[in-house]
Design a protein around this ligand. Structure first.
Ligand SMILES: [Cu+2]
Length: 132
């Protein structure tokens, strides 16, 4: 009888320890690398929102929905990030994902040129990406 009780108690302690450990591990993982997801609508050659902000270390996911009859190019070469083919197709959607491993303040709208600072031949849109 006594042995059974001790075994039961010991099993209970181990189970609680495993649960607490799992909670600590999960929470710690979230704190170290949070995921920020943004939904950006492209319409009339403008993006909404036109600025997103993330923290260094965040995994950033941007879901684009292009409501325009033309494709729009987006890229963040600093994070080696873009969408399939480099453009969000006309009337289509695309996803861009990257780890924001350093601070930055740039424009991810790159229609018309591979250089994100070149806005001379794009549609005039802007998607400011700030990592702070
Ligand atoms: Cu464009």
């Amino acid at each position: 009888m006594n042995e059974i009780n001790q075994t039961t108690i010991a099993s209970g302690i181990i189970a609680i320890a495993l649960i607490v450990g799992a909670i600590v591990f999960t929470t710690g993982g979230d704190v170290r690398s949070g995921t920020k997801t943004f939904d950006v609508v492209m319409e009339n050659n403008r993006y909404n929102p036109s600025e997103i902000v993330a923290s260094v270390g965040d995994r950033v996911i941007i879901n684009f929905e292009n409501r325009d009859p033309v494709a729009h190019g987006v890229a963040l070469p600093q994070f080696n990030a873009t969408v399939p083919g480099g453009h969000v197709p006309a009337g289509g959607t695309a996803r861009m994902e990257f780890v924001a491993d350093r601070p930055i303040d740039t424009d991810a709208a790159v229609c018309g040129g591979p250089n994100p600072s070149d806005t001379t031949d794009d549609h005039g849109e802007e998607l400011k990406v700030r990592v702070i």
